[in-house]
Design a protein around this ligand. Structure first.
Ligand SMILES: Cc1cc2nc3c(=O)[nH]c(=O)nc-3n(C[C@H](O)[C@H](O)[C@H](O)COP(=O)(O)O)c2cc1C
Length: 224
């Protein structure tokens, strides 16, 4: 006799229902906390508390993903020699970008940030987190299709940046493109594509950031 086909397993949802005033207070506090996040390009070399990055990476890896395929790897780089190698390769790409590939329009968009091809923060920050996107899965010799990997890894990176900020750390969302050099230096397999390079640490003493304003709610939100 054929065994009855088993369907997917379900478990009770863990959901915390809160009173509206508590919900509003939490939403406000979270908004205010995230509003303080800034991209930092000047880091001190102070070491990080033990275990802090793993906790934040666990938070990132709780993100939703297409078909729950979790198409990400987070590589933590603390070794000074490896950080140096990453910096040298990133600066080579960024030098080409700023001197050859950049368009006038792009230069204009970047002008208020004060960025250049030089990236000392890649050595100064005590850690780099390199996020890799799995273009597909691998099961033995078999290639497994993955769905919505860009969206999934983008969401996970949002969780990661928020978790690091919430923990009291500064980050930079860095994309020294093309980023193929990261898979080579960090020994990642061909199906893993570098997605973001995130220096993490404490801001240097007297650190300054560009004076930017964010769009107001009525510029970003519509109601229909
Ligand atoms: C996808 C993405 C790529 C970015 N790449 C770079 C980068 O390569 N170098 C850099 O200095 N900043 C980079 N940034 C940071 C942005 O310049 C920064 O988020 C923006 O200026 C707003 O500033 P804030 O993060 O302090 O709010 C990037 C941000 C995003 C979201």
């Amino acid at each position: 006799m054929k065994a009855p086909e088993s369907g997917p397993e379900f478990v009770p949802l863990k959901f915390v229902r809160r009173p509206p005033d508590v919900m509003l207070a939490r939403a406000r506090a979270f908004r205010d906390e995230l509003a303080l996040r800034r991209s930092v390009r000047h880091f001190s070399s102070e070491p990080l508390p033990d275990g802090i990055l793993d906790l934040c990476i666990e938070a990132a890896a709780s993100a939703p993903s297409g078909a729950h395929q979790q198409p990400w790897t987070f590589v933590v780089v603390r070794d000074p020699a490896l950080k140096r190698e990453v910096r040298v390769a990133a600066e080579a790409e960024e030098f080409k970008f700023y001197s050859e590939r950049i368009t006038e329009e792009w230069r204009g968009a970047l002008s208020r940030l004060g960025t250049t091809w030089e990236k000392p923060f890649l050595e100064d920050a005590p850690a780099l987190i390199v996020v890799f996107r799995h273009a597909h899965g691998v099961e033995g010799e078999r290639k497994v299709t993955h769905y919505y990997t860009q969206e999934s890894v983008g969401i996970a990176c949002g969780f990661l940046l928020a978790a690091l900020h919430h923990a009291g750390l500064a980050t930079l969302t860095h994309t020294p493109s093309p980023m193929e050099f990261l898979a080579r230096i960090l020994g990642r397999p061909a199906h893993e594509r570098a997605y973001l390079l995130i220096p993490v640490g404490y801001p240097s003493a007297g650190c300054e950031v560009p004076n930017l304003t964010r769009k107001a709610l009525d510029e970003v939100r519509l109601e229909r």
